[in-house]
Design a protein around this ligand. Structure first.
Ligand SMILES: Cc1cc2nc3c(=O)[nH]c(=O)nc-3n(C[C@H](O)[C@H](O)[C@H](O)COP(=O)(O)OP(=O)(O)OC[C@H]3O[C@@H](n4cnc5c(N)ncnc54)[C@H](O)[C@@H]3O)c2cc1C
Length: 421
């Protein structure tokens, strides 16, 4: 089958790879000059099933309100902005802030994340792909007793859903990651280890998988901006780009937070809103004083991943439209916290700041699979966990297009779940 994959981020590129493995004739289009240059470029690096906790939870409405006036807040949501798409997304988000919805959404996200982690492991074994990966687990640290208690309760829920985690004392944390020695002396209440989680450079991975895909016959067309999809009845007949028109038998939309811009003219409204996040990549002067295991600071909503001789620090979310400007106050917040936890890792003078737009859905669950257009497939809305969920989501789409039953149940993961909202 001739297939066009729209978007060459980590999600589109892995989709193209699995489709080519199935023998399809695949072309990938992207407006950038290479693969993985937008949100997949400098993310937190975590393959984190243990992070499958939706943003929408009972305490979030009050918490988000309190953060409204704090410029460096972990989640910045300013509802008075004139932005009807934000309000509509926000209302759906609020409806997901119940205990019951949180449990359902956690279950759905975890289903994809666990599956994806196993697909990534198998892919790595099969291809020997290297991307500065570390497979020591992810250590979630808690600064206060209250947060630690909440973390343990969430860990119990994740355990019940199939993700066992180890509860660690402060001493255990330092034994596991000696670079936390300083943090332990100031304010560490404990940790939770997600044993089978991992980390690695998503951009490097995307580039390597793109090379493997090319070897399988995939064609990448960069500098190609997709402007419109053309329909013929209930099918997509082709696409219009700045380079001309293209036709195919099937189309996969993997455009991250830009996906709704192309589906809306088709009458397909996707509740995806961009959540801007930031990272800094710090060249390590004293690698021995920097963490080697990937760490999540649950109090500051920040993650730390060791990518070779670089420490990647990432976090914060700002719901402020499709604006990709870097704001210094947010970069400073990341730097301040990294310096606070790991003061001897670097001088922190030499760092590369970056920001990207996460494709956030109101329930934190991605949107996968079929649409009302019989040859149009969605692989988008992965929010904070697109790197974690890329391989599994890609396999699901390849299975659907190749006429196989996906290996995970797709109920609650498709566009159909928004039909009534
Ligand atoms: C600060 C931060 C930290 C994060 N940390 C983690 C983490 O630790 N672990 C994790 O799992 N996830 C993390 N994420 C999320 C993860 O990075 C994303 O979910 C993932 O990169 C999304 O991949 P994607 O391929 O869907 O989107 P993208 O990488 O954005 O790819 C979409 C592609 O579509 C192209 N495109 C868009 N519109 C058009 C158009 N009209 N024409 C042509 N091309 C177009 C873009 O150029 C882009 O290349 C983080 C995100 C951020 C911002």
């Amino acid at each position: 089958m001739k297939i066009l994959v729209l978007g060459a981020g980590v999600v589109g590129t892995t989709t193209a790879y699995f489709l080519a493995k199935d023998g399809h004739e695949v072309t990938v289009l992207d407006r950038q000059t290479g693969p993985g240059l937008e949100t997949s470029f400098a993310n937190g690096g975590q393959i984190s099933a243990g992070h499958a906790k939706p943003w929408a939870e009972p305490r979030m409405p009050l918490q988000a309100l309190l953060w409204t006036f704090q410029a460096d807040a972990p989640l910045l949501f300013r509802p008075w902005r004139w932005d009807p798409s934000l309000w509509s997304w926000g209302l759906k988000f609020l409806r997901n802030c119940t205990n019951e919805r949180t449990r359902i959404n956690m279950d759905r996200t975890l289903r994809v994340a666990l599956y994806s982690r196993s697909v990534l492991k198998a892919l790595r074994q099969h291809t020997r792909v290297k991307y500065n990966q570390t497979t020591k687990g992810i250590l979630h640290i808690y600064r206060t007793g209250e947060e630690f208690k909440r973390g343990r309760a969430a860990a119990e829920k994740l355990s019940a859903l199939g993700l066992p985690q180890d509860i660690l004392t402060v001493n255990d944390c330092v034994k596991l990651e000696p670079a936390l020695n300083h943090a332990a002396s100031i304010d560490l209440a404990g940790g939770i280890l997600s044993n089978d989680d991992e980390s690695g450079d998503a951009h490097l991975f995307t580039k390597e998988i793109a090379k493997l895909a090319v070897e399988l016959g995939v064609e990448f067309r960069f500098d190609s901006t997709i402007e419109n999809l053309k329909t013929s009845g209930q099918r997509i007949s082709g696409i219009i780009t700045n380079q001309g028109q293209l036709a195919a038998d099937a189309f996969v939309l993997a455009l991250g937070s830009y996906t709704p811009h192309l589906t809306e003219p088709l009458g397909l409204k996707l509740p995806i809103y961009p959540a801007k996040g930031y990272s800094i990549s710090i060249e390590l002067k004293n690698p021995d004083n920097a963490p080697t295991i990937s760490v999540t600071d649950e109090n500051r909503f920040m993650v730390f991943s060791r990518l070779g001789n670089v420490l990647r620090v990432a976090g914060t979310a700002e719901l402020a439209g499709w604006d990709s400007a870097l704001r210094e106050v947010r970069v400073e917040a990341l730097k301040r916290n990294a310096q606070y936890l790991f003061p001897d890792a670097s001088s922190y003078a030499d760092l590369s700041p970056w920001c990207g737009l996460r494709a956030a859905t109101p329930d934190s669950v991605p949107i996968l699979g079929e649409t009302p257009y019989e040859n149009l497939f969605l692989n988008t809305g992965h929010g904070t966990l697109g790197w974690t969920m890329a391989c599994g989501s890609a396999r699901v789409i390849a299975d659907l297009i190749s006429g196989r039953e996906p290996e995970i149940d797709l109920s609650g993961l498709t566009i159909k779940r928004f039909a009534s909202s």
